[in-house]
Design a protein. Structure first.
Length: 206
């Protein structure tokens, strides 16, 4: 039986996204060349316009893919998990983010290049994810919404900074002997930050 044309189209589009993510992560939206992306996918540049309408469409599809992969990995990692076990939660979430380092770098690069996330990233992904994490945390830990949101944003920002560094940088930064020790320090730091943020209701300075 012949393979459906739409299946081939989907596979080709996904191949383009797969090679685009690390290039966007490395060079940013403006720096990544569509010709290089197409060549890395074994295609010609016209395919990018055909499947995505151009570079912007490909970039946004890449962002969508990053968030989907992170979400799918997180759901699998957290299945059956008790949220209040912060050490284990942070260990699993950090492992998820490290497994998608190119994607996390892409998102961090977006902020570095623009000073902010794009409207597409913010409205379709970032704010809905923060709001979802806020609701879950507030409900499960019984903390005020403001406190839960502050924790979600803070831990997310801190984790992304750790994730984009390579093992050698983390080993050097923590002054330890191995990557395993460095990653253990990261997880402990994230868990301790979470405990500190949940220790008392958040208050604005008067």
């Amino acid at each position: 039986m012949a393979r459906p044309a739409q299946a081939d189209s989907a596979a080709t589009a996904q191949r383009i996204i797969d090679v685009a993510i690390p290039l966007f992560a490395r060079d940013g939206y403006l720096g990544a060349a569509t010709r290089e992306i197409a060549a890395a996918a074994g295609l010609n540049v016209a395919n990018i316009s055909h499947y995505f309408g151009g570079k912007r469409g490909l970039y946004e599809a890449s962002v969508d893919t990053v968030y989907k992969r992170l979400g799918d990995r997180a759901a699998a990692a957290m299945a059956g998990m008790v949220l209040v076990d912060l050490d284990e939660v942070m260990s699993r979430l950090y492992a998820v983010a490290r497994a998608e380092r190119d994607g996390v770098r892409l998102l961090v690069r977006e902020i570095l290049d623009n000073g902010h996330l794009t409207l597409h990233t913010t409205t379709k992904h970032f704010l809905p994810e923060i709001e979802n994490a806020t609701r879950m945390t507030a409900a499960l830990l019984g903390v005020p919404t403001e406190q839960a949101r502050t924790a979600a944003v803070t831990i997310g920002y801190l984790m992304s900074r750790f994730v984009i560094q390579d093992d050698r940088s983390l080993v050097s930064a923590f002054g330890v002997r191995s990557a395993k020790e460095a990653h253990a320090r990261v997880v402990a730091t994230l868990a301790n930050t979470g405990r500190a943020l949940f220790a008392a209701p958040a208050r604005e300075k008067e």
